[in-house]
Design a protein around this ligand. Sequence first.
Ligand code: SAM
Length: 337
Amino acid sequence: MSLHVATRNFTSNTMQKNIIHLQDCVAGMLALPSKSVDIVATSPPYNLGIAYGTYKDNKPRQEYLDWLGKVFEAVKHCLKDDGHFWLNVGYSNIDPWVGMDVAQVAREHFVLQNNFTWVKSITINDVTTGHFKPINSDRFANPTWEHLFHFTKTGAVPCDKLAVGVPYMWDCNIDNTGRIKGRLAKKLGFKDIKDYNKNATTEQREKFDIEIANKIANQKPKADSRCRGNSWFVPYDTIANREKHRGSHPATYPVALIEQCIKFSGISSGVLVDPFMGSGTSAVAAVKCGLEYIGFDIDAEYRQFAQDRIADFETHDARELAERDTLDQKLSLFEVI
Ligand SMILES: C[S@@+](CC[C@H](N)C(=O)[O-])C[C@H]1O[C@@H](n2cnc3c(N)ncnc32)[C@H](O)[C@@H]1O
């Protein structure tokens, strides 16, 4: 996959992919063909005075919300009717309402289909896992989570929640036979399986055994996976050199978070748009999941970093796959000998 650089606007009958446009995202998304995008995943500036390179993160509140209203309208324009819009907004003790205010603006254009909490760090039984920025305060707790809103146009878009499911703890959860036996016992006129076990005749038992064997043989095995719920623990990667891995960008999210959004949405091909691409995280997640991407950012330095990061990811990923293929070939040769 090649990486293109675009600094010009493009017209609405084209859809160049695998590009980060150095451009305002509202104009950029409005120039995309209507209803052409499968998934939008993004994190806008939170208006918390974060020191971005180009963007000034301190608009008056109403101006900020009005601007995001325009962004969300543009998302609605380019998103397919059965598309997914994942919106991450941070939590701040000094402005605890910002995430909810932003969601209320998105509510004017979308339905909140799922409301996730992105947990960055958690303490269970006195053991803390994950990372967070500690604050120095005697009135506020350290914020260890962020909002992750899942908007759709109708609120009824099917998802593949088991694609990010968790395995059952006990095998009995995937064993359907008890339920099938109970239903069959009732069908044969018994109150329940206990009644059948106690009172069935030899003839009834023989019939029951044949029927149950047939039913079980025709049964699709139950997936060893259950929904992980709407609290998602996705820690930041531990990185030794922040500048090298995230550039000078001050507010990034982990690739794994957006991978999980893509998989939950049940999307394995198509186009992801990130209106606020920053350091390129959403693009890396898209490539990892087999999707194409279109990004926007107004900061030339971030875009350069993002492009290098994606190219680096593609090179390493391609090399790893090639090495795996060579190893597979060697192993199959070994088997033949
Ligand atoms: C919270 S950051 C996104 C970080 C990204 N999720 C990551 O992991 O690197 C928001 C980004 O929006 C960009 N931005 C601000 N205003 C913009 C606009 N009008 N159009 C496009 N990008 C904009 C900023 O330069 C910043 O990189």
